[in-house]
Write a protein that binds this ligand. Structure first.
Ligand SMILES: Cc1cc2nc3c(=O)[nH]c(=O)nc-3n(C[C@H](O)[C@H](O)[C@H](O)COP(=O)(O)OP(=O)(O)OC[C@H]3O[C@@H](n4cnc5c(N)ncnc54)[C@H](O)[C@@H]3O)c2cc1C
Length: 185
């Protein structure tokens, strides 16, 4: 399935630069990091040049993203605490929350038709070990002031998954602000 980067961007590449240009900021790389940085800096009044080595649709990770955005990053909160300490770990989640809010603001301001939708997030435990990790994550998330809830007996939200029988059916529920938990049977 083609992503928006692959099918919607009409101008995939521009001609190489001719001659010299002047700018206050030069950004190398037209993935999501480069384009958002260029956008934010240009909005602050900076003269920005964004240079992309390839074409917008083919290179880098951005064209393949599923565009799922969350402050719950792949490294679990307890692991973040072990690596960087409590304050920095909390800061990672807070930075993520602010980033999601910034994206939502930009979508509204620029009237971007990208179906931005806030949804609840679930993490399922497949083993006793994972259950222990999720319990620790919920505890820490609450201590840091984030909304998180441990539920037991919740069914899989995607019907017919062949792992259903193996699942401990315990999950962390991380609601986005303003989202009510769906009622589970
Ligand atoms: C299949 C897949 C699914 C994903 N799903 C998600 C998701 O759901 N949610 C999520 O948050 N993340 C997801 N990710 C990760 C996410 O896509 C990346 O973290 C993100 O796109 C990285 O963006 P970037 O701009 O930093 O890097 P890139 O998108 O890699 O952009 C870097 C750009 O720099 C250019 N470049 C490199 N060197 C130079 C140079 N010297 N001069 C000029 N240009 C240069 C490259 O050509 C490239 O276009 C997914 C990734 C993949 C592969």
């Amino acid at each position: 399935m083609a992503t928006s980067w692959q099918k919607d961007i009409k101008e995939k590449a521009r001609a190489p630069l001719k001659g010299n240009l002047e700018a206050e900021v030069i950004i190398l790389g037209g993935g999501i990091t480069g384009t958002v940085s260029a956008y934010l800096l240009a909005n602050e009044g900076k003269r920005v040049i964004l240079l992309e080595a390839e074409t917008f649709d083919k290179k880098g990770a951005t064209p393949d993203t599923t565009a799922f955005i969350t402050h719950v990053i792949d490294t679990a909160l307890p692991e973040l605490v072990k690596l960087f300490g409590r304050e920095k770990a909390k800061g990672v989640w807070e930075a993520g929350k602010q980033a999601v809010e910034k994206i939502e603001d930009i979508v509204k301001k620029e009237k971007i038709d990208c179906e931005f939708t806030r949804v609840p997030q679930y993490e399922y435990a497949l083993s006793k070990g994972e259950l222990k990790e999720i319990k620790e994550e919920v505890k820490l998330a609450k201590e840091f002031g984030f909304e998180a809830e441990l539920r037991t007996g919740a069914p899989l939200l995607f019907a017919g998954h062949n792992l259903t029988q193996k699942l401990k059916q315990v999950n962390i529920f991380v609601p986005s602000e303003g989202i009510e938990p769906p009622s589970l049977p």
